[in-house]
Design a binder for this molecule. Structure first.
Ligand SMILES: [Zn+2]
Length: 338
């Protein structure tokens, strides 16, 4: 059987400017793929979120580039954030001399800049939140960000709120949308009304919130970022996963409801389990798919860490809102109703 070297898994999603979505395969946690957007105007090509780094992903991207008729070696690259499912392929595709556009906050908060410090901080938070040392090994080493901020000979261009990214004559405005990660950005075309939303707003799945372990409040940031994109005159959303969709404000309302419901559940769980730690709260919380968890240790480390992260983000929000109290000493953090 001949190997199909050029699997075509892409389509044109916007005509002017020309935008193709490439569905970069990504078999992880039920997400089938990451959407890589290739924008072209004349010779100017911008590749947004090239996706995971794998042989199959490489074949899909190469096949798409061939059929669209672009040379990936001549392209510029942009990532909405540095999670591995969006940015890992940069290493492979962004050739020496290529321009890489990243959110300024993503670039400077990249955990690889201070790997040891971040790992120690994470370990400390996990320990205080009650994660047993046996399950900590897999978690504390985990980084969802990839190391792509120090690739030699690439030209980094850092973006912040209001900056304009052009592809040929077409302009898109940078909208900083922290919450999913600290440095997450979206791109908005005023002229055409499309929003390239990364993981900030997805139609089919709920956006995860980042671990609030360095004094940030990712739930607050996320809700504020929803307000920000909700105020745009957006006609269509081109998300990082799943299909493009039209009703941004409707989806934002659903997300608000979802987070309000979850915050209420966290509050109730704290009320029912006074002085519990974050790990225990995560395990007894109702989860749509498989909770409450008795076989926590059997879940893969990524899933465990993202569930815990979500809960710690909510707990931080409720502490700051004065709804619950956090008691903290050198060994433990415990929560109770304020
Ligand atoms: Zn993603």
């Amino acid at each position: 059987m001949a190997l199909n070297l050029f699997i075509r898994e892409h389509e044109l999603v916007w005509e002017e400017p020309e935008i193709h979505v490439v569905r970069v395969p990504y078999a992880h946690l039920g997400l089938a793929h990451t959407n890589c957007y290739i924008m072209r105007s004349g010779d100017d090509v911008l590749v947004i979120d090239p996706g995971v780094r794998s042989v199959r992903a490489g074949l899909v991207l190469a096949g798409a580039a061939k059929s669209i008729g672009i040379d990936l070696d001549q392209a510029r690259y942009l990532c909405t954030h540095l999670h591995f499912d969006h940015a890992a392929m940069l290493k492979e595709l962004a050739h020496p001399g290529a321009q890489i556009l990243l959110g300024e906050a993503a670039y400077f908060n990249n955990p690889w800049n201070h790997y040891d410090k971040r790992k120690a901080l994470l370990r400390d938070v996990l320990r205080k939140e009650g994660v047993p040392s046996v399950s900590m090994r897999g978690l504390a080493a985990y980084m969802s960000e990839v190391r792509v901020c120090d690739l030699p000979d690439r030209v980094y261009k850092l973006l912040s709120e209001g900056d304009v990214v052009r592809v040929g004559p077409h302009a898109m405005r940078v909208v900083e949308t922290p919450g999913h990660t600290r440095g997450h950005i979206c791109l908005f075309s005023e002229e055409e009304g499309f929003l390239i939303s990364g993981d900030h707003v997805l139609e089919e799945i709920t956006t995860g919130l980042s671990l609030p372990f360095e004094g940030d409040d990712s739930t607050r940031d996320y809700l504020d970022s929803l307000d920000k994109v909700g105020a745009l005159s957006c006609r269509a959303v081109l998300p990082g996963h799943g299909e493009a969709f039209f009703d941004l404000t409707g989806r934002i309302d659903q997300m608000r409801e979802h987070h309000a419901l979850r915050l209420g559940q966290v509050y109730e769980t704290v009320a029912l389990n006074p002085e519990a730690r974050g790990h225990q709260i995560t395990r007894v919380m109702p989860w749509k798919k498989r909770g409450p968890f008795k076989d926590w240790g059997r879940l893969n480390p990524y899933l465990r860490l993202s569930m815990l992260t979500q809960m710690l983000s909510y707990l931080e929000f409720l502490v700051r809102a004065g709804e619950i109290e956090r008691l903290e000493d050198d060994t433990a953090r415990r929560y109770r109703i304020a």
